[in-house]
Design a protein around this ligand. Structure first.
Ligand SMILES: [Zn+2]
Length: 653
């Protein structure tokens, strides 16, 4: 276990592609990296935590052109949103790299130049099926579609034939070297199942890969041959060394390279576990210690993606609850190698049970009794008894296990272990019943001991939870009268009994309020469609005060013909159907309160009017991206359908 002896820790997230706004998937990777960075800082290592954005390539060029802005304007706006989200999630990166930064472009060109001189890059011609969307040539075994064009196995789109002079990277020369490295470092790729996948991919044979494009303008130009730009993956992967300071901060580079941990979603594991180490070998750099491909968060068992319209907006949670419940849930619910299913019910259950009940109540009750019985200052506790010593010993052994799990990149197990201890602390309080001790003045010293012991357990638990819940840990230490932040006290300097009983503690404040599912889902961001709102109290219609709108105002409504592709019930909601609607070249998901009038199968193939530019809302945990128009009688919805086959997406006016 090489990493354990290292006194530095360099952790990276992938740099996120700016063709999409950051969502829960990006947040997940970044939260894992943040928790492990914070853990390593507390372990006394010098840490460099790198994240950032990938800003070049054809997709960015296209997405910017569609919006009528320049690629850098698009990148700037997404970078701002990404950085704001990281701040809202309490992410502690040491550097935020953008691939449009001059040092990066210069560094990539310099590396390219060296590989070219060495013969690991050479010029040739490439002709093949090319997926424009993924900016990649298709593998040989890609299937052929109806019109004779090959179909991209990654995105399902039809590919085009592309022939161009190109520079190749001599990947074939690294097949055996990679296999030797895998053999010698079985933890190079984690989890182990992915190590096997990667090794068998490499054993299957590696061909040289094209690493430049003449079709893309928005990229790093090939040195001395500016008709070519460097392929976005070659460009992006090198951020891990350019941002560290390879050719501009040599001292930092020497200190931190090779990386301890590259984290990423499993979908981009191959780029990191095959191409990246081959590039590094070609340039003569040492290889990273570990490449960890984590699982995906699914929603309703489907991968979250913009095209499916089931992306969870992290702000829906952060705005109401702050970052820590989300951070805790994502890291506690599943081990980082597996896929998890995100449901609001599952999230709320976890937060209520672990945070509000187990931990929040322990803190609240303890601080409350310290106020009630001692006015905030415990004073002199009586001598430690056997059960007090047992709680202390349980803490020490939990702590050893928690830290070992963090070291092993297993925060879920670390938190499981920690919460088992929090359970013991709750039991300690219940067994020792301070509320009974408080009735006998002769037992005051014992009462002080029990409350001090519980407070020390809370302080220790918060310290161990700090990598995952930094804000809550800070607040709890402050409530306990600690003047330091738990993030400034190294594990090595932490003592269980380092809590001064003569120092005043503060009255409890709500740390993790219980969440009510209904209220949570009906939060400020949720605007239910009319048919789902509770019936308005009966009032005489006030026609005289009805607002008159102008035609200009009416024109702001984007009314379109929607065609139902798919309809299903929303679990637990008798009035709701979830509809997939074709709006002509665009698919939308709409949640509509029409289940009392229509069965799902009645609606498939039907056309009706949809308000296409209504602000999206989350209804019962399902995102609704529009609203259909219906007549309402006794709370039931009746939809006016179009006769004939007017095309989906046609304007309604
Ligand atoms: Zn594709």
């Amino acid at each position: 276990m090489e990493k354990k002896s290292k006194q530095t820790f360099f952790v990276t997230t992938p740099i996120y592609y700016v063709n999409d706004v950051p969502h829960i998937g990006h947040a997940y990777t970044t939260i894992i990296a943040d928790a492990l960075a914070r853990h390593n800082r507390l372990a006394g290592r010098e840490v460099f935590f790198l994240t950032g954005t990938d800003e070049h390539g054809q997709k960015i060029e296209k997405a910017a052109a569609e919006r009528g802005i320049t690629p850098i304007e698009l990148a700037d706006s997404v970078v701002t949103r990404t950085q704001n989200l990281w701040q809202a999630l309490d992410i502690s990166q040491d550097f935020f790299v953008r691939t449009t930064m001059p040092f990066h472009e210069k560094g990539v060109q310099e590396i390219f130049r060296r590989m070219l001189a060495k013969g690991d890059i050479y010029k040739g011609e490439y002709k093949g099926w090319y997926c424009v969307s993924d900016e990649a040539f298709l593998p040989d075994d890609a299937p052929i579609g109806k019109d004779g064009a090959k179909i991209c196995p990654d995105c399902g789109r039809a590919a085009v034939v592309l022939a161009e002079p190109t520079y190749f990277f001599r990947l074939s020369a690294y097949q055996q070297k990679l296999l030797d490295h895998f053999e010698a470092h079985p933890d190079f790729v984690r989890p182990p199942s992915r190590m096997n996948e990667v090794a068998s991919f490499v054993r299957g044979g590696l061909r040289d890969i094209s690493i430049t494009r003449t079709t893309v303008k928005w990229g790093v130009p090939v040195p001395d041959d500016p008709a070519h730009t460097i392929y976005v993956w070659f460009d992006a992967l090198h951020n891990y060394i350019t941002a560290l300071g390879w050719d501009w901060n040599r001292e930092r580079f020497e200190k931190f390279w090779p990386a301890s941990l590259h984290l990423m979603g499993k979908d981009i594991l191959r780029f990191h576990a095959v191409y990246w180490p081959a590039f590094l070998m070609a340039s003569g750099f040492a290889l990273p210690d570990c490449i960890f491909g984590h699982g995906w968060w699914l929603k309703d068992e489907a991968k979250m993606s913009k095209s499916l319209g089931n992306v969870l907006d992290p702000y829906l949670i952060i705005n109401t609850l702050g970052p820590d419940p989300l951070r805790y849930f994502l890291l506690r619910e599943i081990p980082i190698g597996l896929d998890g299913n995100f449901s609001h019910e599952g999230f709320i259950h976890r937060v209520n049970s672990d945070l509000a009940n187990d931990f929040g109540n322990l803190v609240h009750r303890t601080l409350n009794m310290v106020q009630q019985y001692f006015g905030g200052t415990i004073g002199e506790p009586a001598a430690e008894e056997a059960q007090d010593a047992a709680l202390r010993a349980a803490f020490e052994s939990a702590r050893t296990a928690v830290l070992a799990h963090y070291e092993d990149y297993a925060p879920a197990k670390a938190l499981e272990e920690l919460w088992a201890f929090i359970g013991l602390a709750n039991k300690y309080l219940a067994d020792n019943a301070p509320w009974k001790l408080a009735k006998d003045p002769a037992l005051r010293g014992r009462l002080a001991r029990v409350l001090w012991q519980a407070a020390a357990a809370i302080r220790g638990s918060s310290h161990l939870a700090a990598p995952v819940m930094p804000g809550s840990a800070r607040r709890i230490w402050d409530l306990l009268g600690e003047t330091r932040s738990p993030l400034d006290v190294l594990y090595a300097d932490f003592r269980f009994d380092d809590l001064d009983p003569a120092r005043p503690m503060k009255p409890p404040v709500p740390l993790f309020p219980r969440i009510d599912l209904k209220e949570f889902l009906a939060g400020p961001a949720a605007v239910p469609p009319a048919a789902e709102r509770p019936a308005e109290p009966k009032k005489p219609p006030k026609e005289t005060t009805m607002d008159i709108i102008t035609y200009e105002e009416f024109k702001k409504l984007d009314l379109r013909v929607g065609l139902v592709l798919k309809a299903e019930r929303v679990e637990g909601a008798t009035r709701l159907l979830k509809l997939q609607i074709d709006l002509g070249g665009e698919q939308r998901q709409i949640v509509a309160g029409v289940a009392e009038t229509y069965a799902p199968e009645d609606l498939v193939g039907k056309r009706f009017t949809v308000i296409a530019n209504l602000k999206p809302a989350v209804i019962r945990g399902v995102e609704s991206q529009g609203m259909l128009l219906a007549g309402i009688r006794d709370g039931k919805a009746f939809i006016p359908f179009f006769e004939g086959d007017i095309p989906a997406g046609s304007k309604v006016q």
